[in-house]
Design a protein around this ligand. Structure first.
Ligand code: ZN
Length: 290
């Protein structure tokens, strides 16, 4: 009986402290269109529905043979001398046959997680200006982030917290921020969210790298099932002694950038966990002075 009571109590505490999100699956699915314009429209529709004001910054992007204007979508909340950034790319990988991957694991799930986080954070008084930036053309070589980092707002970045691959699984892992203050904030946030986060000294390439290049503290967050997260850690961090068969690739790398990156793989609970972790990351990074 006492055990039941304490379980009920902890469930009640959880219900109070963890924001509930609705319609997560439908929101992620709305990005599964066949054009990048369709993905931008899906993003704008969600921001409008949530009452999050945004601006679109264009940049010259595309490839040498097919130039294309890129569009970063920016939500700005509060004010301050420097910015904490929550970032995620919303563009989809173009497959060999010219069609688009569903690109919901990579990376609509992260986009929805950050919109959910923004909905909570817009009601909080922060010391920094908070920007939630949805980057375009990550899949063409981090072009949206590079344009942002090189622009007038790049030097205002106190910390950039990127989200890439947050579609399924219960184990969060992050790119070691190197910067001691941001590393401390990640530890604090993981504890506050009740998560055991796994540090990756070497993490797959993503948008955080463009911020590192300009000297801004940056990290990137992902979720995967524990086994896949550890396999990926070994692949990127253990070199020859990983113990993995030579041609082994974790499931996630067989799925993203292929026609298999569809809603069949997405677990809305993971998306919501990533959203809650994003909230704690902003609170912890905001407590840092820089
Ligand atoms: Zn990605």
């Amino acid at each position: 009986m006492r055990r039941v009571l304490s379980w009920l109590l902890s469930a009640a505490v959880l219900a109070v402290s963890a924001p509930a999100f609705a319609g997560t699956k439908e929101d992620v699915a709305s990005f599964e269109t066949q054009t990048q314009d369709g993905r931008l429209a899906a993003l704008e529709a969600l921001l409008k529905r949530e009452g999050l004001p945004y601006e679109i910054q264009t940049f010259e992007g595309g490839t040498k043979t097919a130039p294309a204007v890129g569009r970063n979508v920016i939500v700005t909340l509060g004010a301050g001398d420097s910015d904490i950034l929550l970032t995620a790319h919303y563009d989809a990988k173009v497959l060999k046959d010219g069609s688009l991957a569903g690109a919901v694991v990579d990376n609509a799930a992260s986009v929805v997680a950050l919109i959910q986080a923004a909905g909570v954070l817009k009601g909080e008084r922060l010391n920094h200006r908070l920007r939630i930036v949805f980057f375009d053309q990550e899949e063409l070589g981090l072009l949206g982030t590079k344009a942002y980092a090189a622009g007038p707002d790049g030097p205002r970045t106190a910390a950039a917290i990127n989200f890439d691959i947050n579609g399924y699984g219960d184990t969060p892992f992050f790119a070691d921020p190197v910067d001691a203050a941001l590393a401390g904030a990640v530890r604090t946030a993981c504890a506050a969210a009740g998560e055991d986060c796994l540090a990756f000294p070497m993490y797959p390439p993503s948008d955080h790298l463009a911020f590192r290049k300009i000297g801004a503290p940056a990290t990137s967050i992902s979720y995967l099932p524990a086994r896949e997260a550890h396999q990926l850690w070994l692949m990127f961090n253990a070199g020859q002694s990983s113990g993995l068969p030579e041609d082994f690739r974790p499931r996630v790398l067989e799925m993203i950038h292929t026609p298999d990156d569809t809603m069949a793989a997405v677990d809305p609970e993971t998306v919501e966990k990533a959203g809650r972790l994003a909230i704690e990351l902003v609170r912890a990074a905001d407590a840092n002075r820089r």
